[in-house]
Design a protein around this ligand. Structure first.
Ligand code: ADP
Ligand code: AMP
Length: 215
């Protein structure tokens, strides 16, 4: 199964991706997570990415596309993958399509998690993440069992630097201008499926499984 997850920042892509990846035994490839790992390790890629991420802007296409192509050629992607946060521009979507075509492959679906803008600010400013294992929480909707501690590995959860109110509004602008056109891109190719992301986390997952089960 090859899946692209679409949706605004804060829609719940990362949250659902973890469950989908477990259920379907496919790797969860989050470009945001790869950039954050590189930032924490101070690699050249991380240093370049940080300049854009901290401002709520996109990392340039060339850097991002090459990084994803490398990742998709690794062994664990042989039986499929779940892309979370990529593609985010029409250029990226076209590059992915070319990559797939060159291997005689196609996506199974681009799954849009639909959440109106009104929900996003609370979702993102309340998000807390584990810097060690990447687990994601919400102070109100999905708090860790022990306050401030990751359920999975026990590390202190933190707020992402780009989850402040100011950066969130820039990221939403970027989404509307650069990423939303991908909805039509995949609709035109008959690959789009849509799930109502305003439901509770487990209900969204159930709806996703129904969609994936009917492909
Ligand atoms: P994305 O990866 O799309 O940016 P996340 O999965 O990190 O979004 O979710 C953003 C925040 O919203 C997180 O704090 C998460 O716990 C919370 N969240 C995700 N899905 C839901 C939901 N269905 N209802 C309420 N909160 C949610
Ligand atoms: P995310 O974790 O998906 O919210 O991504 C965090 C940040 O990483 C984004 O705001 C962008 O700055 C950067 N980023 C992630 N994925 C991409 C992408 N496909 N193209 C460009 N920048 C990206």
């Amino acid at each position: 199964m090859k899946i692209v997850l679409l949706g605004p920042p804060g829609a719940g892509k990362g949250t659902q991706a973890k469950s989908i990846s477990n259920r379907y035994s496919i790797p969860h490839i989050s470009t945001g997570d790869i950039f954050r790992k590189n930032i924490s390790e101070n690699t050249p890629l991380g240093i370049e990415a940080k300049k854009h991420i901290d401002k709520g802007q996109l990392v340039p296409d060339e850097v991002t596309i090459n990084m994803v192509k490398d990742r998709l050629q690794q062994d664990d992607c042989k039986n499929g993958y779940l892309l979370d946060g990529f593609p985010r521009t029409v250029n990226q979507a076209e590059a992915l399509q070319e990559f797939l075509n060159s291997r005689n492959e196609d996506l199974d679906t681009a799954l849009l998690i639909e959440v109106p803008t009104g929900f996003i600010l609370e979702r993102m400013t309340g998000r807390r993440v584990c810097p060690s294992c990447g687990a994601s929480y919400h102070i109100k909707f999905n708090p860790p069992t022990a306050q401030g501690k990751c359920d999975v590995c026990g590390s202190d959860v933190i707020q992402r630097k780009d989850d402040t109110e100011e950066t969130v509004s820039e990221r939403l602008d970027v989404y509307e201008r650069q990423t939303q056109p991908l909805i039509d891109f995949y609709k035109e190719r008959n690959l789009l499926s849509t799930v109502d992301g305003t439901q509770a986390i487990n209900e969204v997952f159930e709806s996703i499984c129904n969609i994936l089960g009917s492909l």
